[in-house]
Write a protein that binds this ligand. Structure first.
Ligand code: SAH
Ligand code: SF4
Ligand code: F3S
Length: 476
């Protein structure tokens, strides 16, 4: 083991300090000797996991651009490959290990290739240990809290020809001067806060992303205005639990006020994710209903329809209080679309408890649900629970739930038949240039025959056919 390595520590990651995070405006610097290091070199990045990771990928790309690197989509031609990983479930991790294995042959063919892995998995002791022992072709390991050190890390790993490992377990501050290369031209992700302090008992995110740290409202608004000037039509405000926005800074502005201020910028479309059903305030409902540019689509993860399971999950709301939020939103926005996350097969979930989840799905008629089989995550409280539910039962429940999801998805989509909807155009489909796709304000994917529309426009489309997970229409 190299004494210069900085390895992750679970004990540190579980700990929460009372230290208030600072806003750093000058922390990121590229030393002169590293500024042209990437000239004539290509990087390839593959991101796994949630939007927070996608947005981190854009920061990584921005930093590498400033070092002279250019992005390539062809992995074979890359001089630097970055895997930006996700730790949320075991299958997410298996995918990454599969990819690391696949890259071995490329590294053998191109010994100068630099292979870096980063993201949430690197915050786990066991993962880093496994890579160090079993995957010697990985050159650089860094975590979610030290992306700003990327120039130094890439430089060191390239020149020293030795493995470089730097993972901080205690979250840093909020760093405002990081560059960004946006991957889209019409829709942008905007972080409003980092980390999570909810500690749901099954979830690894509070350990991989650290404590909740909010950005200042003025920095967020400046970013949205800038995006608007650059021609972006849509922003999605990002946080693991946006309802907690501002609480760590003891600011007077809460999420409802921030959301209203973002809407006031006049950008065409505002979305946010994820809002926790705990702490979903009436002010939030009012703001969402007041501004036309806050999209009528709410992702409201429920996880389970059973109060006892919710309690053991540490979710801090009940099915009744969840339904109350749902009812309020439905009342003020009857056309609002809803999606959710549901975990089946949480330790010792009974048939009756699973049935209550189905009952809730029947109540909410979700437009979509992201469904998962519970996956024990090392170091979380739930991973220590004895579980009497077989994998076969869990798989059966997932299948039953998915059938129910499809039923309501199709039913909801059929209501769009013959309606004229606003679609933000993404671009032509890969297979057929006369077919474009885009999203409605309710986040429905629409494939449509194009007349004059171009990318990044919001146009009118008449819906002619409804499928389970998309709509078909014609530009009018
Ligand atoms: N912060 C968001 C969730 C982020 S993780 C929220 O609280 O809503 C996205 C989803 O992954 C979660 O909503 C949950 O449904 C699922 N998930 C998280 N940990 C999991 C685990 N250990 N096993 C299975 N699914 C999990
Ligand atoms: Fe995980 Fe819960 Fe935090 Fe969401 S709110 S990231 S599920 S701990
Ligand atoms: Fe995965 Fe990390 Fe997001 S664990 S879901 S990439 S916060």
């Amino acid at each position: 083991m190299n004494s210069e390595w900085k390895l992750p520590s679970r004990r540190e990651a579980q700990h929460r300090t009372h230290k208030q995070s600072e806003i750093q405006r000058n922390l990121f610097v590229i030393p002169d000797e590293m500024k042209d290091f990437g000239n004539h070199r290509l990087f390839y990045i593959r991101t796994f996991g949630c939007q927070a990771n996608v947005r981190d990928g854009e920061t990584i790309a921005g930093i590498l651009n400033e070092m002279g690197y250019s992005m390539t989509e062809d992995i074979d031609s890359a001089d630097l490959i970055i895997l930006n990983t996700c730790a949320i479930r075991e299958n997410a991790e298996n995918k990454v290990f599969g990819e690391i294995g696949n890259l071995k042959h490329l590294k053998l063919r191109k010994p100068d290739l630099l292979l870096a892995v980063c993201g949430c998995m690197m915050q786990e002791e066991g993962v880093v240990d496994r890579i160090l022992r079993k995957h010697p072709h990985v050159d650089l390991i860094f975590g979610t809290h030290n992306i700003h050190n990327l120039p130094q890390l890439v430089y060191q790993a390239s020149l020293s020809k030795e493995r470089t490992v730097e993972v901080y377990s205690q979250e840093g501050d909020v760093i405002e001067n990081l560059p960004v290369q946006r991957f889209g031209t019409s829709k942008a992700w905007v972080n409003i806060m980092y980390g999570c302090d909810k500690f749901c008992t099954y979830c690894i995110v509070p350990y991989t992303r650290g404590k909740e740290r909010s950005r200042l409202k003025r920095d967020i608004i400046d970013e949205v205005r800038q995006l608007q000037q650059e021609g972006f039509k849509e922003v999605t405000l990002l946080g693991q639990n946006v309802n907690a926005y501002g609480k760590d800074l003891k600011m007077t502005d809460d999420f409802a006020q921030l959301l209203a201020a973002v809407a006031e910028t006049g950008i065409d479309r505002v979305r946010f994710t994820t809002s926790h059903p705990w702490d979903f305030s009436d002010q939030m409902v009012n703001v969402i209903a007041t501004y036309d540019n806050i999209m009528p689509y709410i992702h409201l993860p429920v996880q389970s329809g059973d109060n006892d399971i919710l309690k053991i999950m540490g979710r801090r709301y009940t099915v009744e209080s969840y339904r109350e939020i749902y009812d309020k939103l439905k009342e003020v926005m009857p056309g609002c679309a809803f999606s959710s996350d549901i975990i089946v097969g949480f330790p010792n979930e009974s048939d009756e408890q699973f049935q209550r989840t189905l009952d809730l799905v029947d109540y909410c008629h979700y437009d979509n649900i992201y469904t998962f089989i519970y996956s024990p995550r090392e170091g979380t409280p739930a991973a220590k629970m004895v579980d009497n539910v077989s994998m076969e039962t869990k798989k059966n429940r997932l299948q039953i739930l998915n059938e129910r999801v499809k039923k309501y998805a199709l039913e909801n989509n059929e209501k769009y038949l013959n309606q004229i909807v606003d679609v933000l155009v993404d671009g032509p489909s890969r297979k057929n240039e006369s077919i474009y796709s885009g999203y409605t304000d309710t986040q429905k994917l629409v494939n449509f025959k194009v007349k004059n529309a171009s990318v990044n426009e919001i146009i009118k489309v008449k819906i002619t056919e409804a499928k389970t997970f998309f709509l078909i229409g014609e530009e009018i």
